[in-house]
Design a binder for this molecule. Structure first.
Ligand code: 3PG
Ligand code: MG
Length: 419
């Protein structure tokens, strides 16, 4: 059922509780916190501008990281408030709490068009627990609820599910923001009856993450192109040697079932015919979590479907790039989720970059609808400088996958139905 949108409501003089997904990557540079990717903030600006123009009093709430109920200074949203103010070109107040007296006081003096960003919701464990008392406290004094946090809509937390429940109980309206609407349109409606050929490109590390999506898309797609480490579990299922590649042996049966279903439905299910492999060597360096860092040596093209015993597959090879690009060139609709290899390392980025170029090209030249499912694939496209050349890039990671699986997102379900 369609949900009420901010286009359908008037918030003049009203207090709006606005859930946004400002879970952005932060880095410390010379003692300063820097936001390394502002996309999630930038994408909420149209909603903010509309609500400001109407004269709403905007109380923004968000989470950052996973502090699990502990007040971690490094996960404060204060730098985000500063960034937002800069992007909007107007002041954004910040309170170092999300409930309580300080918040109520600040909200009490807000004027139409004012913005306030609350501190990280997850400094309270009640947020993730969807605690009803906490939801009541968050909703205090709120007239209208707006959710523009598509990226967090798969979570049934107090700010995504509890607060709209409280607001609805008082007969208040709960609407989708413009970003939320766009996400639902492109990942939902546009893929309902896609123009064909519909080509799905799936990558990333794990088959287990993608199996429900594959099952769903097998009903709609003409072609599925597989890359990333998940390809090796499929290769294992087909009886090939996978060497030291990342595999999930406990997923061989589901991989086989997906292959059988594809055959039955006549879906072209393609796997890499060559790859870039390298020899993993454990070093005595430790990562942030104290695990030993693996280095990859002797990166080389492997023209064989089997991987040598001492090597791991880390990217799709040139023949695969060519074959996949041809499929992409013929597509009218493309959905891409997950990189083709370990693209953070230049030696293993060419597969992902080539696919990104092919997807951008078919969008620009043939007018294909190209939808990028969020997370790493968006990062890869941006890294290749092609972010603006596709039809839509989702701001959701887990949320876009769950939505594509056909799951009902609690943050969407909680919104008011359109009459
Ligand atoms: C995300 O970054 O995927 C969303 O903000 C949700 O965050 P979470 O996975 O910690 O719930
Ligand atoms: Mg996540």
């Amino acid at each position: 059922m369609a949900k009420l949108s901010v286009n359908d409501i008037n918030v003049r003089g009203k207090r709006v509780f606005l859930r946004v997904d400002y879970n952005v990557p932060l880095e410390e540079k010379d003692g300063q916190v820097v936001i390394t990717d502002k996309t999630r903030i930038v994408e909420t600006l149209p909603t903010l501008r509309r609500l400001i123009e109407q004269g709403g009093k905007l109380i923004l709430a968000a989470h950052l990281g996973r502090p699990k109920g502990i007040r971690e200074p490094a996960l404060s949203l204060r730098p985000v408030a500063a960034q937002l103010a800069e992007l909007l070109g107007r002041p954004v107040a910040f309170v170092d709490d999300c409930i309580g007296e300080k918040v109520e006081k600040t909200v009490g003096i807000m004027q139409p068009g004012d913005l306030l960003l609350l501190e990280n919701l997850r400094f309270y464990k009640e947020e993730e627990a969807n605690d009803p008392v906490f939801a009541d406290q968050l909703a205090r004094g709120t007239d209208i609820y707006v959710n523009d946090a598509f990226g967090a809509a798969h979570r049934a937390h107090a700010s995504t599910e509890g607060v709209p429940r409280v607001v609805a109980k008082r007969a208040g309206l709960c609407a989708a923001g413009l970003l939320m609407e766009r996400e639902l349109k492109f990942l939902g409606e546009e893929l309902e009856v896609p123009a064909t050929p519909f080509v799905v490109i799936l990558g990333g590390a794990k088959v287990s993450d993608k199996i429900p999506v594959i099952e769903r898309l097998l009903e709609k797609a003409q072609t599925i192109l597989v890359g990333g480490a998940m390809a090796y579990t499929f290769r294992l299922a087909q009886g090939y040697q996978t060497g030291k590649s990342l595999v999930e042996p406990d997923r061989i049966e589901v991989a086989k079932a997906a292959l059988a279903k594809a055959r039955e439905r006549g879906v072209k299910f393609l796997f890499p015919e060559d790859d870039i492999i390298a020899t993993p060597v454990k070093t005595d360096k430790l990562d942030k979590k104290g695990r030993s860092v693996t280095e990859y040596q002797n990166a080389r093209v492997n023209p064989d479907m089997n991987c040598p015993e001492d090597a791991a597959g880390l990217d799709i090879g040139p023949a695969t790039v060519k074959a996949y690009s041809e499929e992409i060139r013929r597509a009218k609709t493309i959905l891409w989720n997950g990189p083709m290899g370990l693209f953070e390392d230049k030696r293993f980025a060419e597969g992902t970059n080539s696919i990104a170029r092919a997807v951008a090209e078919v969008t620009q030249k043939n007018g294909a609808t190209t939808i990028i499912g969020g997370g790493d694939s968006v990062k890869a496209l941006n890294q290749a400088g092609l972010g603006g050349q596709v039809t839509f890039m989702s701001t959701g990671g887990g949320a876009s996958l769950e939505f594509l699986e056909g799951k009902v997102l609690p943050g969407v379900a909680a919104l008011t139905d359109k009459k």
